[in-house]
Design a protein around this ligand. Sequence first.
Ligand SMILES: [Fe+2]
Length: 172
Amino acid sequence: MTDTLSDLAFAVLTATDGDQKARLSVENAARWQNAEITQIGFAAAPDRPGRPERPPLLAPAEMPRRRGVSDKARATLLHAVLHIELNAIDLAWDMVLRFSDQGMPKAFFDDWVKVGAEEGKHFQLLQKRIRKLGFEYGDFPAHDGLWEAAFETRNNFAARLAIVPMVLEARG
Ligand SMILES: [Fe+2]
């Protein structure tokens, strides 16, 4: 059976490991962009994307402060952005999947696949950077509210379009 774009989106969303999710996001986007996959197909979007066991997810008020100029302080900040990139990956593919049966034009899917690829690359670059400091994604607690903010807008198209730049990336 040939994969459809929906299958590719579902695979990214359900991947639990951060590195694997980012790699799938980049690779699956390339398969669509190279026209190796041409059918949109359909699959139901999961309510929550796959997540690794670490990092622990904390309420915003419980998040440790990011202070100072040590490697650890720098890594803490990088980690917060990594967490946002991971959510942005899922948000992009969630858009693909959620609108897979809505008769949207190909350009709509092209755009969100491109966003998925870019967010995947951001995650990979930041992961490389934080590893040079001796840490990786999962080593610090992360904000538990990001996916909820994304998920609450699932039925509001305009809010969905605004949430990555205005809420997720802005918090980073
Ligand atoms: Fe990003």
